[in-house]
Design a protein around this ligand. Structure first.
Ligand code: HEC
Ligand code: HEC
Ligand code: HEC
Ligand code: HEC
Ligand code: HEC
Length: 203
């Protein structure tokens, strides 16, 4: 077919649209294949500077030594570990108002969130894509209630396998060199004779 005079602009519009589509495909492709996918990157900025060191750190190191599962209550019970609601912070922060200027400022934000009835919008640090199934409970149970010393670890040590030493982190960041990619999951499943069929992790 010969292009009529008034079809040239149309052809150009078509070309422009294809170029835009191509750019979109490339950008999405890069985002999909690059490490990290879906924000499994560095520590995102948090609305309140909540230090794990102060709360979960050992008392010898000036921390409160609070158990991980005291705050992440669902971690031994279900799929998600869960982050505590502000009510749970007020257990202590009704009284504990802070000894340093930063502590007082940050703890005041916790109290304000409680009083204004507005949940703290914590940013997720670790997240697998929606097509992946992950269950905390099964993993914690396996490594705490097994028959061998390697499967009778204290809970906090099990968390460290995937998350690093969170008790020693002022700001939670993914474990260096370990971004919970499929390869990491598969390596450990193979080592422990856990099925690696696609359907174990993908619906
Ligand atoms: C079991 C008690 C306890 C619980 C529960 C608790 N905290 Fe704390 N928190 C403390 C203590 C003790 C300090 C140290 C205060 C100080 O001496 O300055 C502290 C300090 C802080 C600080 C200031 C840290 C700094 O030094 O800059 C923030 C922010 C904070 N807590 C937020 C929270 C949030 C948010 C929660 C709920 C998710 C929470 N806390 C739950 C006991 C607790
Ligand atoms: C006093 C309550 C408290 C205790 C104790 C606590 N955490 Fe947390 N944790 C939080 C809060 C609040 C957040 C969300 C803010 C942040 O990411 O720092 C969080 C975030 C996290 C995250 C990142 C979640 C995400 O978005 O991917 C991990 C991992 C984590 N905690 C592990 C631990 C481990 C391991 C321990 C024990 C060594 C522990 N926590 C002890 C309150 C607590
Ligand atoms: C086998 C690896 C593994 C272990 C062990 C593990 N986690 Fe996780 N954790 C993950 C993965 C993967 C995600 C992201 C899950 C998602 O996106 O659904 C995650 C997410 C989280 C989150 C944020 C989302 C949520 O589930 O609420 C918290 C908090 C957390 N973990 C705390 C802990 C604590 C505390 C422990 C130890 C008691 C622990 N994790 C042990 C792999 C692990
Ligand atoms: C440190 C070793 C380790 C790592 C890392 C690990 N797993 Fe597992 N996983 C296990 C073990 C052990 C079991 C068996 C638990 C049991 O006995 O039920 C398991 C079981 C599972 C199950 C079946 C749970 C159920 O109850 O149906 C799923 C799904 C799963 N893992 C997903 C993942 C995903 C996704 C990742 C990576 C983000 C991952 N795992 C990383 C060791 C690991
Ligand atoms: C033990 C858990 C586990 C098993 C088993 C597993 N996957 Fe995955 N898979 C993951 C996780 C976690 C991700 C997301 C992180 C990533 O992209 O590495 C993923 C991502 C993917 C992706 C997206 C790739 C990308 O770059 O985002 C594909 C495709 C995939 N898996 C296919 C498979 C196939 C096919 C099988 C079976 C041969 C399989 N998976 C078995 C955990 C698993």
């Amino acid at each position: 077919m010969k292009l009529g005079r008034n079809m040239v602009p149309l052809a150009l519009v078509g070309l422009g649209t294809s170029l835009i589509l191509l750019v979109v495909v490339v950008v999405v492709g890069i985002a999909w294949y690059s490490n990290p996918p879906f924000g499994l990157g560095d520590a995102p900025p948090q609305p309140i500077a909540f230090p794990h060191t102060v709360h979960a750190g050992a008392p010898e190191q000036g921390g409160q030594g609070i158990q991980c599962e005291f705050c992440h209550r669902n971690v031994t019970k279900g799929a998600a570990a869960t982050v505590p609601a502000v009510e749970q912070c007020l257990f202590c922060h009704q009284q504990v108002t802070g000894t340093t200027e930063t502590a007082r400022v940050e703890i005041a934000k916790v109290k304000a969130s409680f009083e204004n009835n507005t949940p703290i919008q914590w940013e997720r640090v670790h997240r697998v894509p929606d097509h992946v199934r992950f269950v905390h409970e099964a993993h914690i149970r396996f490594f705490t209630e097994g028959e061998t010393p390697e499967t009778q670890l204290p809970v906090s040590q099990v968390c460290s396998v995937c998350h690093g030493d969170v008790a020693g982190m002022t700001v939670v960041a993914p474990k260096p060199g370990q971004s919970l990619k499929m390869g990491t999951c598969l390596d450990c499943h193979r080592q422990n004779n856990i099925p690696t069929d696609c359907t174990v992790c993908h619906q």
